[in-house]
Design a protein around this ligand. Structure first.
Ligand code: ATP
Length: 344
């Protein structure tokens, strides 16, 4: 089997289980983001893929070969880890050529490869520059080029952009994704930033408590979250309890709502994205509520509504902003087709 396959991978530190029974297939040429809150086990999982830690249990195969116990330097990996900074005393070119020199590549070939990589990261002509004279974004691009110099089978990056300011970070996310697509290299990135994961990944792997909660395409994670943790962690959402009334309707915030796909469930939680909440007049068929706060962020307007003892948030574009003021009684309608019934 090609690609990277994790089979029941578990890591224990003493009695503490940091990664538990992880099963994941990363097809060749795809981009996967490991995403989750601090301490969820994503770095530990990445370290096992990199060969920096041994799993307590389970196996890892790459391109059909069991690499569970193969040392890092024999895995043919490119790595950009936060802790692996550039060598400050070497030039840009020397940094990029480092692994090539160790492997005994002739000098002329090294320079050719360095020039190729510099062109690829838009830093042609920077070979003799000291790395200390680069901006944060340029330095990060050199670190990426250095990791790619040996044409690795697998490209691993742990929080590669976290030291950059927000604007540069967003630009680099697009660059990194374009570079990965251009090279077709299988890539795994650890991040705690969901926007970053959704920008870059073919598959977002959401982790919590050492386990995979969901692995799916970004839009599926957003539109069809597997559970309330994922729904709440990815974007913002309204988690609202419901119970079935026995006639195919759900009682939500005290009102019957038609059209929700309940799937035979008697009670649980629904996730409704703020953009799927419509604010109306307090008319029949809508859920009654009272506006408690309006936040105008320029590009979007958020309206907070107290309804059925819960705070509901609705988001709209400025053009379609509801004409409401704090304290006003309104009605809420939620879109049954985009509301997701969660059973866990
Ligand atoms: P962050 O985003 O904060 O880096 P993470 O999701 O990458 O978090 P890990 O670094 O994988 O989390 O850590 C997962 C859990 O395992 C944490 O509770 C951490 O304290 C624990 N852990 C990690 N390495 C060790 C170790 N060498 N010994 C004991 N516990 C460890």
């Amino acid at each position: 089997m090609s690609g990277l396959i994790l089979n029941n991978v578990t890591k224990q530190f003493g009695t503490f289980t940091a990664v538990k029974d992880v099963n994941l297939t990363v097809p060749d040429g795809t981009f996967v983001c490991l995403l989750g809150p601090s301490g969820c086990g994503k770095t530990t999982l990445m370290r096992m893929i990199a060969g920096l830690d041994l799993p307590t249990k389970g196996s890892i195969t790459l391109g059909g070969e069991d690499i569970t116990e193969v040392p890092t330097h024999k895995r043919n990996l490119g790595m950009v880890f936060q802790s692996l900074a550039l060598f400050p005393h070497l030039t840009v070119g020397e940094n990029i050529a480092y692994a090539l020199r160790i492997r005994g590549m002739p000098k002329a070939d090294q320079q050719k490869r360095v020039d190729e990589l510099l062109a690829m990261i838009d830093l042609a002509g920077f070979s003799d520059r000291s790395v200390n004279k680069l901006s944060g974004g340029q330095r990060q691009r050199v670190a990426i080029a250095r990791a790619l110099a040996i044409s690795p089978k697998l490209f691993l990056l742990d929080e590669p952009l976290s030291a950059l300011d927000a604007k540069l970070r967003e630009a680099m996310q697009v660059e990194l994704r374009q570079l990965q697509q251009q090279l077709g290299i299988t890539t795994i990135v650890v991040t705690h930033d969901q926007r970053e994961a959704m920008t870059m990944a073919d598959t977002v792997v959401v982790m919590n408590g050492g386990k995979i909660r969901q692995a799916a395409a970004p839009v599926d994670i957003y539109r069809r979250p597997a559970d309330s943790f994922v729904a709440d962690f990815i974007g913002s959402t309204n988690l609202i309890p419901f119970s079935a009334d026995g006639n195919g309707r759900a009682i939500i915030l005290g009102e019957p709502v038609e059209g929700l796909a309940l799937g035979g469930v008697n009670s649980g939680t629904i996730s409704v994205r703020p953009e799927d909440i419509q604010i109306t007049a307090p008319e029949s068929g809508s859920i009654p509520g009272k506006v408690s706060f309006v936040r105008d962020l320029g590009g979007t307007v958020e309206t907070f509504i107290e309804a059925g003892g819960q705070q509901i948030v609705a988001v709209s574009a400025p053009r379609t902003r509801p004409d409401v003021t704090v304290g006003q009684t309104v009605g809420i309608r939620l879109d049954p087709l985009t509301s997701v019934v969660l059973t866990r």
